[in-house]
Design a protein around this ligand. Sequence first.
Ligand code: NAP
Ligand code: MG
Length: 462
Amino acid sequence: MKAHDGIYLDGAWRPATGRDVIDVVNPVDEQLVGRVPAGGPEDVDAAVRAARAALPAWAATPPAERGAFLAALRDALAARQDEMAETITAELGSPLPFSQAVHAAVPIAVAGSYAELAATHAFEEKIGNSTVHMEPVGVVGAITPWNYPLHQIVAKVAPALAAGCTIVLKPAENTPLIAQLFAEAVHEAGLPAGVFNLVTGLGPVAGQALAEHPGVDLVSFTGSTAVGRQIAATAGAAIKKVALELGGKSANVILPGADLARAVNVGVANVMTNSGQTCSAWTRMLVHRDQYDEAVALAAAAAAKYGDRIGPVVSARQQRRVLGYIEQGVAEGARLVTGGPEAPRERGHWVSPTVFADVTPDMTIAQEEIFGPVLSILRYEDEDDALRIANGTVYGLAGAVWAGDEARAVAFARRMDTGQVDINGGRFNPQAPFGGYKQSGVGRELGAHGLTEYLQTKSLQF
Ligand code: NAP
Ligand code: MG
């Protein structure tokens, strides 16, 4: 894999100040696939200065022109689609067809959506004797995780650019190569120097320096709730805007009358996709007691069919964490119906697709985000019981409801404390606002709602 030995700063690849590096390892076989600089606070500082210097001109660029840059960025990404998929497969371990269809394709669509929004969004509004201008928030510090590594970058960078903000990105240490490839696409799209800057590095070093930097106006973070809490505290103390996309423990609620086989199969696929490393995954399946045994049998069969086609998890640390949760599920009395805590291969970071039955709402595996291919199936008595269970975690990112009657599913979904609900298998919409209720986060990404996160209002009275 191609790797730059510099950071992308003020429109060029430049050496980092220190000599620390990050080894990028393929999770499939633990082979080294590349090496990138581990930037430090001085690199972050230089990047924030470059972003600040570029801000006035970029903020003053007419939105339609910013949209034209975003269209060029979309095209530059599209021209590299295969290379992007191969890069993500090499550093994340996801199967190549999935990398092509999702990891590479979705960001192209999202970049395209912001090319259009930049050109069409109303950046001005009349309210009585006032004209309200939507102005860019300023310099954005973006900190992204590894699970959908390019999507999570584009879901921050594209709306920030559309809004007229400039950016410093600190991507996940496990997946820096796709971030470098993204920077190449930005360069090729002809974005003015300093508008986008990339500092690869470690979270507690480069990430923390970025979150704390006084030259950053908005910190946009996606990742764990623990780190998100810390970033929110730092930003709060500095009266800085903050956007957080955190974890989830989403419920897949199958109401009596639903197409059970379809609901279970789609539900299992939703969890196993990307080896369970999806913040919005429906990791709790809620089934009425009369259909419970049938659903468990269907889920076990569906999960067993995946075998190792799902790919490994991202790292040894993540593998240990997921296997630890599986052990804990067994210890707390849940019934293992497929998979288990033994790694299925010696080399690489593999976890077997795992399904637990007889999971009760108080168990750790029903409350905490596991971030691996592990499904918990819970039994409910009636709809009110199902709702209590569905809403009974600290999270509220996504979910699903299945029913014979769509109106009944919608009525249930409206009572769920969560940011997104798919009704009877509704498709992912890259323009719909995405984000969490409760501890799943603050703010929304994607579409017009994602754009307004990067804008602030100025009211002029006449
Ligand atoms: P994480 O540590 O929260 O990583 C997310 C990003 O934050 C990475 O770029 C990380 O850098 C950076 N970071 C880490 N510590 C930081 C700090 N003190 N200040 C500023 N930035 C910091 O998440 P993880 O370790 O990759 O995964 C742990 C768990 O988080 C997972 O098991 C999962 O439950 C959850 N998670 C959720 C999502 C989501 O989409 N909601 C995504 C990933 C993980 P490094 O890469 O160097 O650590
Ligand atoms: Mg980490």
